[in-house]
Ligand binder design. Structure first.
Ligand code: ADE
Length: 420
Protein backbone atom coordinates (compact mmCIF):
# COMPACT_ATOMS: atom_id res chain seq x y z
CA UNK A 1 0.00 0.00 0.00
CA UNK A 2 1.23 3.47 -0.85
CA UNK A 3 1.65 5.75 2.13
CA UNK A 4 -0.12 9.14 2.18
CA UNK A 5 3.14 10.92 1.23
CA UNK A 6 3.76 8.54 -1.66
CA UNK A 7 0.18 8.90 -2.91
CA UNK A 8 0.63 12.67 -3.25
CA UNK A 9 3.83 12.89 -5.27
CA UNK A 10 3.94 14.39 -8.73
CA UNK A 11 7.00 13.54 -10.82
CA UNK A 12 7.71 15.78 -13.83
CA UNK A 13 10.07 16.08 -16.79
CA UNK A 14 10.30 18.98 -19.25
CA UNK A 15 11.78 19.01 -22.74
CA UNK A 16 12.01 21.22 -25.78
CA UNK A 17 11.95 20.04 -29.42
CA UNK A 18 12.42 21.92 -32.66
CA UNK A 19 10.27 21.91 -35.77
CA UNK A 20 11.70 20.92 -39.13
CA UNK A 21 11.18 21.81 -42.79
CA UNK A 22 11.44 19.14 -45.48
CA UNK A 23 13.64 19.90 -48.47
CA UNK A 24 12.72 16.55 -50.06
CA UNK A 25 9.04 16.25 -49.22
CA UNK A 26 7.03 13.55 -47.46
CA UNK A 27 3.66 13.27 -49.15
CA UNK A 28 1.61 10.06 -49.20
CA UNK A 29 1.31 7.12 -46.81
CA UNK A 30 1.53 3.46 -47.68
CA UNK A 31 0.01 2.60 -44.27
CA UNK A 32 -2.36 5.11 -42.67
CA UNK A 33 -2.50 3.62 -39.17
CA UNK A 34 1.26 3.20 -38.71
CA UNK A 35 2.08 6.37 -40.69
CA UNK A 36 4.46 4.77 -43.18
CA UNK A 37 5.45 6.97 -46.13
CA UNK A 38 5.70 6.14 -49.85
CA UNK A 39 9.17 7.71 -50.10
CA UNK A 40 12.19 8.82 -48.06
CA UNK A 41 12.37 12.52 -47.12
CA UNK A 42 15.08 14.95 -45.94
CA UNK A 43 14.64 17.96 -43.66
CA UNK A 44 16.51 20.72 -41.92
CA UNK A 45 15.81 21.20 -38.22
CA UNK A 46 15.13 24.83 -37.25
CA UNK A 47 16.69 26.62 -34.30
CA UNK A 48 14.51 25.78 -31.26
CA UNK A 49 14.97 29.35 -29.94
CA UNK A 50 12.75 30.42 -32.84
CA UNK A 51 10.43 27.48 -33.55
CA UNK A 52 9.90 24.78 -30.95
CA UNK A 53 7.50 23.03 -28.61
CA UNK A 54 8.15 22.86 -24.87
CA UNK A 55 6.38 20.04 -23.04
CA UNK A 56 6.12 19.04 -19.39
CA UNK A 57 4.90 15.54 -18.62
CA UNK A 58 3.87 14.62 -15.08
CA UNK A 59 2.95 11.32 -13.46
CA UNK A 60 1.23 10.82 -10.11
CA UNK A 61 -0.75 8.07 -8.39
CA UNK A 62 -3.29 10.84 -7.68
CA UNK A 63 -4.15 11.30 -11.41
CA UNK A 64 -7.37 9.41 -12.31
CA UNK A 65 -6.84 9.76 -16.10
CA UNK A 66 -4.44 10.99 -18.80
CA UNK A 67 -4.96 14.71 -19.61
CA UNK A 68 -3.34 17.26 -21.91
CA UNK A 69 -3.19 21.06 -22.24
CA UNK A 70 -1.97 22.72 -25.43
CA UNK A 71 -0.99 26.39 -25.16
CA UNK A 72 -2.88 26.61 -21.86
CA UNK A 73 -6.16 25.08 -23.04
CA UNK A 74 -7.20 21.53 -22.20
CA UNK A 75 -7.58 19.31 -25.29
CA UNK A 76 -9.01 15.80 -25.67
CA UNK A 77 -6.43 13.00 -25.64
CA UNK A 78 -8.85 10.67 -27.37
CA UNK A 79 -6.97 10.73 -30.72
CA UNK A 80 -5.30 7.43 -31.56
CA UNK A 81 -2.02 9.21 -32.28
CA UNK A 82 -1.45 10.39 -28.70
CA UNK A 83 -2.50 6.97 -27.43
CA UNK A 84 -0.02 5.21 -29.77
CA UNK A 85 2.87 7.35 -28.49
CA UNK A 86 1.87 6.85 -24.84
CA UNK A 87 1.44 3.09 -25.28
CA UNK A 88 4.81 2.65 -27.04
CA UNK A 89 6.70 4.68 -24.42
CA UNK A 90 4.93 2.94 -21.51
CA UNK A 91 5.96 -0.44 -22.97
CA UNK A 92 9.61 0.63 -22.78
CA UNK A 93 9.47 2.32 -19.36
CA UNK A 94 12.06 1.27 -16.75
CA UNK A 95 12.48 1.64 -12.98
CA UNK A 96 12.71 5.21 -11.70
CA UNK A 97 13.90 6.26 -8.26
CA UNK A 98 14.00 9.72 -6.67
CA UNK A 99 15.84 8.97 -3.43
CA UNK A 100 15.51 12.49 -2.02
CA UNK A 101 11.73 12.46 -2.31
CA UNK A 102 11.37 8.78 -1.43
CA UNK A 103 9.72 7.92 -4.76
CA UNK A 104 10.24 4.47 -6.26
CA UNK A 105 8.47 3.45 -9.46
CA UNK A 106 8.94 -0.09 -10.75
CA UNK A 107 8.80 -0.50 -14.51
CA UNK A 108 5.52 -2.47 -14.29
CA UNK A 109 3.94 0.43 -12.31
CA UNK A 110 4.04 2.75 -15.34
CA UNK A 111 1.15 0.86 -16.98
CA UNK A 112 -1.10 1.99 -14.12
CA UNK A 113 0.17 5.55 -13.67
CA UNK A 114 -1.68 8.26 -15.56
CA UNK A 115 0.09 11.27 -17.04
CA UNK A 116 -0.68 14.95 -17.38
CA UNK A 117 0.90 16.71 -20.39
CA UNK A 118 1.23 20.46 -20.89
CA UNK A 119 2.72 21.75 -24.12
CA UNK A 120 3.44 25.21 -25.43
CA UNK A 121 4.58 26.26 -28.91
CA UNK A 122 6.78 29.37 -29.15
CA UNK A 123 5.20 30.20 -32.54
CA UNK A 124 1.55 30.41 -33.64
CA UNK A 125 0.09 26.87 -33.74
CA UNK A 126 -2.33 27.79 -36.53
CA UNK A 127 0.30 29.42 -38.79
CA UNK A 128 0.92 26.20 -40.74
CA UNK A 129 4.46 25.72 -39.46
CA UNK A 130 4.53 21.99 -38.70
CA UNK A 131 3.70 22.47 -35.02
CA UNK A 132 2.65 18.83 -34.70
CA UNK A 133 6.17 17.72 -35.76
CA UNK A 134 7.73 19.65 -32.88
CA UNK A 135 4.85 18.68 -30.56
CA UNK A 136 4.95 14.91 -31.01
CA UNK A 137 8.76 14.77 -31.06
CA UNK A 138 8.73 16.67 -27.77
CA UNK A 139 6.03 14.49 -26.24
CA UNK A 140 7.90 11.27 -27.06
CA UNK A 141 11.31 12.63 -26.03
CA UNK A 142 10.01 14.00 -22.71
CA UNK A 143 7.89 10.94 -21.85
CA UNK A 144 11.02 8.90 -22.56
CA UNK A 145 12.92 10.99 -20.00
CA UNK A 146 10.17 10.75 -17.37
CA UNK A 147 9.89 6.98 -17.75
CA UNK A 148 13.66 6.41 -18.05
CA UNK A 149 13.37 4.83 -21.50
CA UNK A 150 16.61 3.64 -23.09
CA UNK A 151 18.12 6.49 -25.17
CA UNK A 152 17.77 4.86 -28.58
CA UNK A 153 16.99 7.85 -30.82
CA UNK A 154 16.06 5.63 -33.78
CA UNK A 155 13.40 3.96 -31.68
CA UNK A 156 12.15 7.30 -30.27
CA UNK A 157 11.97 8.60 -33.83
CA UNK A 158 9.88 5.60 -34.90
CA UNK A 159 7.49 6.21 -31.97
CA UNK A 160 7.24 9.96 -32.74
CA UNK A 161 6.37 8.97 -36.32
CA UNK A 162 3.21 7.33 -35.00
CA UNK A 163 2.10 10.70 -33.61
CA UNK A 164 2.82 12.75 -36.74
CA UNK A 165 4.94 11.45 -39.63
CA UNK A 166 7.32 14.40 -39.85
CA UNK A 167 7.80 14.37 -36.05
CA UNK A 168 10.25 11.48 -36.51
CA UNK A 169 12.71 13.97 -38.10
CA UNK A 170 12.45 16.45 -35.19
CA UNK A 171 14.23 13.96 -32.90
CA UNK A 172 17.55 15.19 -34.35
CA UNK A 173 19.20 18.53 -35.11
CA UNK A 174 20.90 19.53 -38.36
CA UNK A 175 19.94 17.70 -41.56
CA UNK A 176 17.86 14.55 -41.14
CA UNK A 177 16.68 11.73 -43.41
CA UNK A 178 13.48 9.78 -42.74
CA UNK A 179 14.09 6.33 -44.20
CA UNK A 180 10.71 5.01 -45.35
CA UNK A 181 11.59 1.42 -44.39
CA UNK A 182 10.36 -1.81 -45.96
CA UNK A 183 8.77 -3.78 -43.17
CA UNK A 184 4.98 -3.95 -42.77
CA UNK A 185 5.15 -3.30 -39.01
CA UNK A 186 7.01 0.00 -39.52
CA UNK A 187 9.92 -0.99 -37.28
CA UNK A 188 12.48 0.21 -39.88
CA UNK A 189 10.68 3.48 -40.74
CA UNK A 190 12.66 6.02 -38.73
CA UNK A 191 14.88 9.06 -39.09
CA UNK A 192 18.68 9.25 -39.05
CA UNK A 193 20.84 12.33 -38.67
CA UNK A 194 22.85 13.14 -41.82
CA UNK A 195 24.92 15.96 -40.29
CA UNK A 196 24.51 18.04 -37.14
CA UNK A 197 23.60 21.73 -37.01
CA UNK A 198 27.23 22.90 -36.99
CA UNK A 199 28.01 21.27 -40.38
CA UNK A 200 26.38 23.99 -42.51
CA UNK A 201 25.91 26.92 -40.19
CA UNK A 202 26.18 29.70 -42.81
CA UNK A 203 22.64 28.98 -43.95
CA UNK A 204 19.97 31.52 -42.98
CA UNK A 205 16.31 30.53 -43.09
CA UNK A 206 13.66 33.22 -43.58
CA UNK A 207 10.02 32.19 -43.30
CA UNK A 208 7.36 34.46 -44.77
CA UNK A 209 4.14 33.77 -42.86
CA UNK A 210 1.58 34.49 -45.55
CA UNK A 211 -1.84 35.85 -44.66
CA UNK A 212 -4.53 33.41 -45.67
CA UNK A 213 -8.29 33.46 -45.30
CA UNK A 214 -8.65 30.14 -47.03
CA UNK A 215 -9.29 27.00 -44.96
CA UNK A 216 -6.54 24.61 -45.92
CA UNK A 217 -6.97 20.91 -46.61
CA UNK A 218 -5.40 19.01 -43.69
CA UNK A 219 -2.25 17.08 -44.59
CA UNK A 220 -3.88 13.82 -43.50
CA UNK A 221 -6.87 14.07 -45.83
CA UNK A 222 -4.84 15.73 -48.60
CA UNK A 223 -2.32 12.86 -48.63
CA UNK A 224 -5.09 10.29 -48.64
CA UNK A 225 -6.76 11.92 -51.65
CA UNK A 226 -3.40 12.14 -53.47
CA UNK A 227 -2.60 8.45 -52.85
CA UNK A 228 -6.05 7.46 -54.10
CA UNK A 229 -6.20 9.64 -57.22
CA UNK A 230 -2.83 11.01 -58.43
CA UNK A 231 -0.98 9.01 -61.11
CA UNK A 232 1.91 11.49 -60.76
CA UNK A 233 2.51 10.44 -57.13
CA UNK A 234 3.61 6.92 -58.13
CA UNK A 235 6.10 8.34 -60.62
CA UNK A 236 7.39 10.83 -58.05
CA UNK A 237 7.79 8.27 -55.24
CA UNK A 238 9.27 5.45 -57.28
CA UNK A 239 11.24 7.17 -60.04
CA UNK A 240 12.09 10.73 -58.98
CA UNK A 241 12.62 10.83 -55.20
CA UNK A 242 15.17 7.96 -54.84
CA UNK A 243 17.64 9.76 -57.13
CA UNK A 244 16.95 13.12 -55.52
CA UNK A 245 17.62 11.72 -52.05
CA UNK A 246 21.09 10.55 -53.11
CA UNK A 247 21.88 13.89 -54.77
CA UNK A 248 20.56 15.86 -51.80
CA UNK A 249 22.69 13.82 -49.36
CA UNK A 250 25.75 14.58 -51.52
CA UNK A 251 24.87 18.30 -51.75
CA UNK A 252 24.47 18.54 -47.97
CA UNK A 253 27.68 16.61 -47.28
CA UNK A 254 29.65 18.91 -49.64
CA UNK A 255 27.80 22.11 -48.65
CA UNK A 256 27.08 22.48 -52.36
CA UNK A 257 24.50 25.28 -52.24
CA UNK A 258 23.80 25.34 -55.96
CA UNK A 259 22.75 21.66 -56.07
CA UNK A 260 20.97 21.99 -52.73
CA UNK A 261 18.90 24.94 -53.96
CA UNK A 262 18.01 23.37 -57.32
CA UNK A 263 16.89 20.12 -55.67
CA UNK A 264 14.94 21.91 -52.90
CA UNK A 265 12.99 24.15 -55.31
CA UNK A 266 12.34 21.31 -57.78
CA UNK A 267 11.05 19.05 -55.02
CA UNK A 268 8.74 21.69 -53.56
CA UNK A 269 7.37 22.37 -57.04
CA UNK A 270 6.82 18.67 -57.71
CA UNK A 271 5.03 18.24 -54.39
CA UNK A 272 2.62 21.05 -55.34
CA UNK A 273 2.24 19.53 -58.82
CA UNK A 274 1.21 16.26 -57.16
CA UNK A 275 -1.35 18.24 -55.12
CA UNK A 276 -2.73 19.72 -58.35
CA UNK A 277 -2.78 16.22 -59.86
CA UNK A 278 -5.09 15.09 -57.03
CA UNK A 279 -8.83 14.85 -57.63
CA UNK A 280 -10.27 17.21 -56.56
CA UNK A 281 -7.08 19.32 -56.88
CA UNK A 282 -5.48 20.73 -53.72
CA UNK A 283 -4.19 24.32 -53.77
CA UNK A 284 -1.84 25.02 -50.89
CA UNK A 285 -0.02 27.99 -52.37
CA UNK A 286 -1.74 31.30 -53.10
CA UNK A 287 -0.92 34.42 -55.16
CA UNK A 288 1.53 35.66 -52.51
CA UNK A 289 3.37 32.30 -52.54
CA UNK A 290 3.59 32.50 -56.34
CA UNK A 291 4.91 36.08 -56.18
CA UNK A 292 7.64 34.99 -53.74
CA UNK A 293 8.67 32.12 -56.06
CA UNK A 294 8.84 34.56 -58.93
CA UNK A 295 10.93 37.06 -56.93
CA UNK A 296 13.44 34.33 -55.95
CA UNK A 297 13.56 32.78 -59.45
CA UNK A 298 14.23 36.18 -61.07
CA UNK A 299 16.94 37.05 -58.58
CA UNK A 300 18.61 33.62 -58.83
CA UNK A 301 18.51 33.87 -62.61
CA UNK A 302 20.01 37.37 -62.64
CA UNK A 303 22.86 36.22 -60.39
CA UNK A 304 23.59 33.26 -62.68
CA UNK A 305 23.75 30.86 -59.75
CA UNK A 306 21.14 30.23 -57.01
CA UNK A 307 21.38 32.54 -53.99
CA UNK A 308 18.22 31.33 -52.29
CA UNK A 309 16.17 28.10 -52.19
CA UNK A 310 12.42 28.16 -51.61
CA UNK A 311 10.18 25.43 -50.27
CA UNK A 312 6.46 25.39 -49.41
CA UNK A 313 4.65 22.86 -47.23
CA UNK A 314 0.91 22.20 -47.04
CA UNK A 315 0.06 25.91 -46.85
CA UNK A 316 0.99 29.27 -48.42
CA UNK A 317 4.00 30.13 -46.17
CA UNK A 318 7.34 30.46 -47.93
CA UNK A 319 10.47 28.93 -46.37
CA UNK A 320 13.49 30.60 -47.94
CA UNK A 321 17.00 29.27 -47.37
CA UNK A 322 19.81 31.72 -48.13
CA UNK A 323 23.39 30.54 -48.65
CA UNK A 324 24.77 32.99 -46.08
CA UNK A 325 23.96 36.10 -44.07
CA UNK A 326 24.93 38.50 -46.83
CA UNK A 327 22.49 36.91 -49.30
CA UNK A 328 19.84 36.69 -46.58
CA UNK A 329 20.15 40.48 -46.07
CA UNK A 330 19.79 41.10 -49.83
CA UNK A 331 16.81 38.72 -49.91
CA UNK A 332 15.18 40.54 -47.02
CA UNK A 333 15.56 43.90 -48.77
CA UNK A 334 13.71 42.45 -51.76
CA UNK A 335 10.99 40.90 -49.61
CA UNK A 336 10.44 44.08 -47.58
CA UNK A 337 10.30 46.17 -50.75
CA UNK A 338 7.55 43.95 -52.27
CA UNK A 339 5.73 43.11 -49.01
CA UNK A 340 5.86 46.10 -46.66
CA UNK A 341 4.13 45.71 -43.28
CA UNK A 342 0.47 46.61 -42.90
CA UNK A 343 0.86 47.67 -39.26
CA UNK A 344 3.24 50.47 -38.33
CA UNK A 345 5.31 48.12 -36.23
CA UNK A 346 8.63 46.84 -37.50
CA UNK A 347 9.38 44.93 -34.29
CA UNK A 348 6.47 42.51 -34.70
CA UNK A 349 7.10 42.20 -38.47
CA UNK A 350 10.39 40.33 -37.91
CA UNK A 351 10.61 37.65 -35.24
CA UNK A 352 13.38 35.17 -34.39
CA UNK A 353 16.82 36.55 -35.25
CA UNK A 354 15.82 40.22 -35.58
CA UNK A 355 19.45 41.25 -36.17
CA UNK A 356 18.98 40.33 -39.86
CA UNK A 357 17.09 43.64 -40.17
CA UNK A 358 20.17 45.70 -39.37
CA UNK A 359 22.26 43.48 -41.68
CA UNK A 360 19.77 44.54 -44.39
CA UNK A 361 20.22 48.20 -43.36
CA UNK A 362 16.64 48.42 -42.09
CA UNK A 363 16.21 50.18 -38.73
CA UNK A 364 12.83 51.77 -39.21
CA UNK A 365 9.69 51.79 -41.36
CA UNK A 366 11.16 54.80 -43.19
CA UNK A 367 14.11 52.59 -44.22
CA UNK A 368 11.63 50.15 -45.81
CA UNK A 369 9.95 53.01 -47.69
CA UNK A 370 13.37 54.10 -48.95
CA UNK A 371 14.41 50.67 -50.28
CA UNK A 372 15.11 50.72 -54.02
CA UNK A 373 13.16 48.34 -56.29
CA UNK A 374 15.10 45.10 -56.94
CA UNK A 375 17.01 45.78 -60.19
CA UNK A 376 16.11 42.40 -61.71
CA UNK A 377 12.35 43.03 -61.36
CA UNK A 378 10.34 44.65 -64.13
CA UNK A 379 9.57 48.34 -63.56
CA UNK A 380 7.44 49.68 -62.02
CA UNK A 381 7.64 46.95 -59.38
CA UNK A 382 4.31 46.40 -57.61
CA UNK A 383 4.08 46.37 -53.80
CA UNK A 384 1.74 44.09 -51.85
CA UNK A 385 1.28 45.67 -48.44
CA UNK A 386 -0.16 43.29 -45.82
CA UNK A 387 0.14 40.10 -47.93
CA UNK A 388 2.84 38.80 -45.56
CA UNK A 389 1.74 38.71 -41.87
CA UNK A 390 5.32 38.63 -40.57
CA UNK A 391 8.74 37.11 -41.15
CA UNK A 392 10.70 34.67 -38.98
CA UNK A 393 14.48 34.58 -39.31
CA UNK A 394 16.06 31.31 -38.19
CA UNK A 395 18.92 28.90 -38.94
CA UNK A 396 19.67 25.16 -38.78
CA UNK A 397 19.28 24.13 -35.14
CA UNK A 398 19.80 21.43 -32.53
CA UNK A 399 17.58 18.49 -31.60
CA UNK A 400 15.47 17.97 -28.44
CA UNK A 401 16.86 18.71 -25.00
CA UNK A 402 15.82 18.44 -21.38
CA UNK A 403 15.01 21.68 -19.54
CA UNK A 404 15.73 21.54 -15.83
CA UNK A 405 15.00 25.08 -14.64
CA UNK A 406 11.78 25.41 -12.66
CA UNK A 407 10.66 28.42 -14.79
CA UNK A 408 10.34 26.11 -17.84
CA UNK A 409 8.05 23.63 -16.06
CA UNK A 410 4.52 23.93 -17.42
CA UNK A 411 2.81 21.80 -14.73
CA UNK A 412 2.37 22.88 -11.12
CA UNK A 413 3.90 20.11 -9.03
CA UNK A 414 1.55 20.87 -6.11
CA UNK A 415 -1.72 20.54 -8.07
CA UNK A 416 -0.55 18.43 -11.03
CA UNK A 417 -2.40 20.85 -13.36
CA UNK A 418 -1.13 23.09 -16.17
CA UNK A 419 0.14 26.40 -14.83
CA UNK A 420 -2.17 29.34 -15.54
N1 ADE B 1 0.02 19.90 -32.16
C1 ADE B 1 0.43 21.17 -32.36
N2 ADE B 1 1.28 21.55 -31.39
C2 ADE B 1 1.42 20.49 -30.55
C3 ADE B 1 2.16 20.28 -29.35
N3 ADE B 1 2.96 21.22 -28.84
N4 ADE B 1 2.07 19.08 -28.77
C4 ADE B 1 1.28 18.12 -29.30
N5 ADE B 1 0.56 18.27 -30.41
C5 ADE B 1 0.62 19.44 -31.04
Amino acid sequence: MATEAQAQWVLTATGRSPTNIAVIKYWGKRDEALILPVNDSISVTLDPDHLSATTTVAASPAFPSDRMWLNGKEIALSGGRFQSCLREIRKRARDVEDEKRGIKIKKEDWEKLHVHIASYNNFPTAAGLASSAAGFACLVFTLGKLMNVNEDYGELSSIARQGSGSACRSIYGGFVKWCMGKSDDGSDSMAVQLVDESHWDDLVIIIAVVSSKQKETSSTSGMRDTVETSPLLQYRAQTVVPGRILKMEEAIKNRDFESFARLTCADSNQFHAVCLDTSPPIFYMNDTSHRIISLVEKWNHSEGTPQVAYTFDAGPNAVLIARNRKTAALLLQRLLYCFPPQENNLDSYMVGDKSILSSAGVQSLADIEALPPPPEMKTPTQKFKGDVSYFICSRPGAGPKVLTEERHTLIDSATGLAKG
